[in-house]
Design a protein around this ligand. Structure first.
Ligand code: 9MG
Length: 283
């Protein structure tokens, strides 16, 4: 494993700027009935906004709002329903000075969300849906391009790799090349290995250990392993509510290898961990 300092980099998010030379915490806000860890808790927009404000107070600089669960076996949600869940929350949070990212693969939702005040497109499908690349290029917003194979319902069938880091890098590079060819600016691209998406426990751990190889691709790197199943498997079957410490450990290992955005449910714990880790390495 290699330790890398974060390069001096900023990400322009509409009128807001993110300093990526420091780790940024992206707080997860699922406005869904069926997400694996917090499904149903924030379907009511009032509760969703309260939770977002708490995450901001705890140290989140980005709030990632999603209206469709991407866990295997989750119910299909049409774009109209995604819009109905997500847009009121974006409108309410756009009053605050916080970067808003939208977890969706639907270009129509992203256009409406950007009109309502959202800044970043977080796409677990890596801009593969029809019209996605063109929409991202036209909107000229930052995009998170995540690695996955297949769809959430089928992805586990594709968890076969000879060298997981190399193959994830190659497949991410193909999506990055498609994005650049479509006119998306390099400074708007963030890459993400997609922990838990088409990877088994051993492959997730290998990928985590070799995240520095992805960092060498030259784009800001997001790590999202919050409360995922492989953390529970390492912890002898711990359920989602008992995976926070394991997730923080993995996220610190990610930061040490170059990740500048950490996507997490446990903002306060992550923020404390970064503070103590920073004090320790600077002592
Ligand atoms: C929506 N979502 C769930 N897991 C994720 C991950 O690891 N990365 C990103 N970008 N989004 C995710």
């Amino acid at each position: 494993m290699r330790l890398v300092p974060l390069p001096m980099r900023t990400l322009q998010c509409g009128p807001l700027k993110l300093d990526l030379s420091e780790p940024n915490i992206m707080g997860i806000l699922n406005v869904t009935p069926d997400s694996f860890s917090d499904g149903g808790q924030y379907l009511n927009p009032v509760h969703a906004v309260e939770h977002a404000l708490q995450m901001m107070a705890d140290g989140a600089t980005i709030i990632d709002i999603g209206g469709e669960s991407t866990r295997p076996g989750a119910a299909f949600v049409g774009v109209e329903e995604e819009i109905r869940r997500v847009i009121p929350v974006v409108q309410a949070l756009s009053e605050y000075e916080v970067v808003l990212s939208i977890d969706s693969s639907e270009p129509q939702l992203i256009r409406e969300a950007v009109r309502a005040g959202a800044h970043i497109w977080n796409d677990v499908r890596g801009l593969t849906r029809p019209g996605a690349l063109q929409t991202a290029a036209e909107l000229a917003i930052p995009v998170i391009i995540m690695h996955m194979r297949g769809e959430p319902a089928t992805m586990n069938d594709f968890a076969q790799y000879d060298d997981v880091s190399r193959e994830v890098m190659q497949e991410l590079q193909q999506r990055v090349d498609a994005a650049l060819s479509a006119g998306i600016h390099a400074e708007n691209i963030i890459i993400d290995p997609g922990f838990g998406f088409a990877k088994n426990t051993r492959q997730n751990l290998e990928l985590l250990q070799e995240l520095y190889r992805l960092d060498a691709m030259g784009y800001p790197l997001l790590s999202g392993l919050s409360r995922k199943r492989f953390i529970g498997e390492v912890l002898q079957g711990a359920d989602a509510q008992h995976r926070a410490v394991g997730s923080v450990a993995g996220h610190l290992l990610s930061i040490q290898q170059g990740a500048s955005i950490i996507r997490t449910h446990d903002v306060k714990a992550m923020h404390d961990a970064i503070s103590i880790w920073r004090a320790m390495i600077q002592a």
